[in-house]
Design a protein around this ligand. Structure first.
Ligand code: FES
Length: 55
């Protein structure tokens, strides 16, 4: 499922980034997440946080 429509980033990609060490929105920003309209920031942050909590 797309989380960031502007940059076409999926929840899977965010989870993978979290598993590979992304621990902040700054890391996700590098993938383009939340760099345009910003509407995805809240969901992306939540996915990042819950994935980091699982690992
Ligand atoms: Fe992610 Fe617009 S949906 S920046």
């Amino acid at each position: 499922m797309y989380v960031c429509l502007c940059k076409a980033v999926t929840d899977k990609e965010i989870k993978q980034a979290a598993c590979e060490g992304a621990c902040s929105m700054r890391c996700l920003n590098k993938m383009g997440v939340a760099t345009q309209c910003g509407k995805c920031a809240r969901d992306a942050k939540q996915i990042l946080r819950s994935t980091r909590a699982e690992i």
